[in-house]
Ligand binder design. Sequence first.
Ligand SMILES: NC(=O)c1ccc[n+]([C@@H]2O[C@H](COP(=O)([O-])OP(=O)(O)OC[C@H]3O[C@@H](n4cnc5c(N)ncnc54)[C@H](OP(=O)(O)O)[C@@H]3O)[C@@H](O)[C@H]2O)c1
Length: 418
Amino acid sequence: MSYGTIANRQDFQTALELTEEDKRLLVVWCHATWCGECKQIKPTIDAMTQELGEDRSVYWFKMNIEEATAVCDEYGISDTPVFMIFRSGDFLPETKVMGMATERLKREIQKLLPENAKFEPSPSSAELVQMTPETKTVLITGCSAGGLGDGLAESFRDKGYHVFATARTPSKISKSLTEAPNVTILTLDVLSSEAIAAAVENVTKITGGKLDVLVNNSGTLMVMPGLDISIEEAKKTFDTNFWAYLAMIQAFAPLLIKVNGAIVNNTSASGVVPFGSFMSVYNSSKAAAILGSETWRLELAPLGVRTLTLVTTGVKSNSFANLELPKIPEGSYYRGLQGYIEEQSDGRLQANGITGKQFGDRVVREVERGTTGKFWVGGGAASARYGVKLLPGWLMDMLLASLFPYAKLLKQQANSKE
Ligand SMILES: NC(=O)c1ccc[n+]([C@@H]2O[C@H](COP(=O)([O-])OP(=O)(O)OC[C@H]3O[C@@H](n4cnc5c(N)ncnc54)[C@H](OP(=O)(O)O)[C@@H]3O)[C@@H](O)[C@H]2O)c1
């Protein structure tokens, strides 16, 4: 008889090997919550089940223990190997309750196993959420490895928070987060209202309906001369960089208000100065996020929620590697700058940036201090902040023209044609 947890393809393979002699049935037993983790694993297991053919049957249960027991009874499969999918994201809130739930689970499973079999959770069972009512919780959007969300999640994790590290593609989240006991991985595309609602439900189940910190971090770049921009595409940038922030705040407000929590909105220094080359849409989406964040700060303060607006400067990340290289259309006034734009999009803007972890540590420190309002953070943040304050407009224009010399290049190209 075999029993244990299944968290990935390898575990599933092991489970099959363990039950090799019993060709009848393998029960994959899941919890009531249809969590991101399960959603991620199910397609893999479905695909593997297909590969197995007629030889083996795999039962997939999405139900609570009473329902599962009833189904087992109904199908007369109570002597079947039982495998559960349970990792951190889909269980009950507090350690005490969890302990009881685990004990009960063991008892129920014991009933399904032959008398001499013992329930011994495999090591990954230790990944169950260890949470007391005092444990601080944080949810962060856009935690793909190598980005700022990744750094933030690591810093909050190291500070002892229970971290809900979310991403639209959870497989992009680093192993050091997925394997941490105080991290729950959730699938969350911030453009999907259903996904946001599911995240609220999952967090509510695990924390008992509270959230101490919400970090709106996910974001997307857009590089294209204003004259050549597709307005439809441009709106999508605003959807991610501005509207999704508000949607997340609306959805999580009750959980934050309950504990006088905090909101952190990751905006950009590009929302203050027209930084970069041909980044008008990104820059203005970040400007909207800054003013939105600062206004929500005033609106939420009377409800007991603090808001921190990160005016972020250079931090090393994948954003330029992820950027689909802009193709300047035929007939554009800027067509001759294709090579220049490609060069500018090679990540050089982050060359002097701090690391994601350094960024995360600084942000966590401010959250812990209870800082509200704008906080400049990143490589060269102090000079950027004071430069913006002190430099007259004409000098700032000169500085930007020297950093992003496309006007000069265009002029040279025009002259050489004459
Ligand atoms: N790096 C800097 O120097 C810098 C400076 C100023 C501001 N920022 C801001 O910092 C934040 C993080 O950026 P980054 O530099 O770390 O870039 P990144 O490595 O590209 O990370 C962006 C993250 O946002 C996620 N994301 C995009 N669309 C999403 C959606 N619809 N739903 C959920 N997640 C989504 C990405 O997911 P995928 O991996 O699936 O695409 C990724 O996890 C952004 O808001 C950015 O504007 C960065």
